[in-house]
Design a protein around this ligand. Structure first.
Ligand code: ATP
Ligand code: MG
Length: 420
């Protein structure tokens, strides 16, 4: 075929989607327990939303967006992340008028024009939560605990929480200044992006991947040494909540988010097995974002977790995902009246919730038996014209060679009993 799926996208086949269903089931249950309700926003939004909500100077906005003009000449963008849309909805749907905190979660596809590689795609899936209306450190603690509990339930090992505080508009200018003073003498050795960041966004130099910039960043001043009293207390308190919840963490002074509306807590969860793309979750506080998008001053904290990377990590760690349900009863029939009867029986079994199958290809009895074997059906029912005449069918249990007749009028009850 000459038409193939776009680069960086995936087809998930039934054998894969059972894994996705499992993740989704665990997540929905978890969010229910933590008191987060699901929010569903459009997959595309006004391009301005991401320019303002994610930030003009970020890689996402500068390099990674799928932006197009629709037939009405509007500039729209496939969502590259979830937070901007959720904040827009919080403002547009006036969720600030409800009892606070407002706690929501989302999951679904995100789109970024990136260089595809293992664990990095152009269409990928995130699960995320946002908690609005609380500036209390317990809210930061709760969302990190939620992420941690998700991975714990899945059975993932080798996880680490990295945490930092980037301060607030009161204390960050001082830190910016210190960073600029530190990097200024080395500017000529730094990459082009960092030379630009130096003026606009010096915090982001700290997470540059370029080896020279990375080396320089090692000895750069730490944001936690510049925090105002409020930010300092908040940070210590978040760490205390993590300790109380028995969540191990490490302070990472290089973990930053450069934009003004990101405040205080920044965190990441890393897994040691998946190599380069080891970040499976990233988040933090954004006390300035709701106002930035036109809403009332409202604090917020949230995270986004990549689900493809979780599946990779589960696979690498050999964690079993519960198998999907398999066929319980296979109805094999021979002859057209037996076939009709089998079809009727099939629907009756299904009505009672039994997972049942019959032949849909007009295959020979032998081929039907072979197929039933392949399905590993718990029970095979044999129905020929002769059985039909006696109003019975032959029942054989998987792995056994003997078979026994059962009255057709009792067969549904009989199977229900056996399969209990
Ligand atoms: P990275 O540094 O790996 O590019 P990021 O900082 O761009 O990550 P976020 O925007 O914070 O990532 O997104 C949160 C999570 O979403 C990441 O930790 C990761 O697990 C996942 N993620 C991000 N981009 C991709 C992608 N292109 N493909 C698959 N998962 C992704
Ligand atoms: Mg990225």
């Amino acid at each position: 075929m000459d038409i193939v799926r776009p680069r960086g996208t995936n087809d998930f086949l039934p054998k894969d989607t059972v894994k996705w269903h499992y993740l989704e089931t665990v997540l929905r249950k978890l969010c229910e327990e933590f008191g987060y309700g699901e929010i569903r926003t459009p997959l595309f939004e006004d391009t301005n939303l991401f320019q303002r909500g994610v930030g003009d100077t970020t890689d996402i906005v500068q390099k990674e967006m799928y932006t197009f003009t629709d037939q009405g000449d509007r500039s729209l963008t496939l969502r590259p992340e979830g937070t901007a849309s959720v904040v827009r909805a919080y403002v547009e749907d006036k969720l600030y008028g409800e009892a606070q905190p407002v706690k929501v979660y989302y999951m679904g596809p995100m789109f970024r024009y990136e260089r595809p590689q293992a664990g990095r795609y152009r269409q990928f899936h995130q699960f995320g939560v946002e908690c609005f209306g609380s500036n209390h450190p317990a809210a930061d603690g709760e969302i990190i605990a939620l992420a941690w509990e998700f991975y714990r339930r899945l059975g993932l090992k080798g996880l680490e929480v990295s945490i930092n505080s980037v301060g607030c508009p009161k204390c960050r200018p001082k830190y910016r200044q210190l960073l600029q003073d530190y990097f200024r003498p080395h500017l000529d050795k730094m990459c082009k992006s960092c030379q630009e960041r130096f003026e606009k966004n010096p915090l982001r130099i700290l997470d540059c991947k370029n080896p020279e910039c990375k080396e320089l960043a090692k000895d750069a001043p730490n944001s936690t040494d510049c925090l105002c009293e409020e930010c300092q207390e908040h940070f210590q308190s978040v760490c205390a909540y993590l300790t109380a919840a028995d969540i191990p963490y490490k302070i990472d002074h290089r973990l930053v988010r450069g934009l003004d509306y990101y405040t205080k807590t920044a965190f990441e969860i890393l897994v040691d097995t998946i190599g380069a793309q080891s970040a499976i979750c990233g988040g933090g506080r954004y006390d300035g974002l709701v106002a930035q998008l036109g809403g009332p001053e409202t604090p917020g904290v949230g995270f986004a977790a990549g689900l493809e990377r979780v599946l990779v990590a589960l696979d690498q760690q050999g964690v079993e995902i519960p198998a999907s349900s398999h066929t319980q009863v296979y109805l094999a029939s021979l002859g057209s009246s037996a076939d009709l009867k089998a079809f009727q029986l099939l629907q009756e079994l299904r009505k009672t919730g039994i997972i049942a199958e019959k032949d849909l290809l007009g295959r020979s009895l032998k081929a039907q038996m072979k197929y039933a074997d392949k399905l590993q059906a718990d029970y095979v029912l044999l129905l020929g014209e002769e059985e039909l005449a006696q109003n019975i069918c032959m029942v054989r249990q998987m792995g056994k060679s003997e078979q026994a007749p059962v009255d057709l009028d009792n067969i549904v009850l009989f199977l229900k009993e056996q399969l209990k």
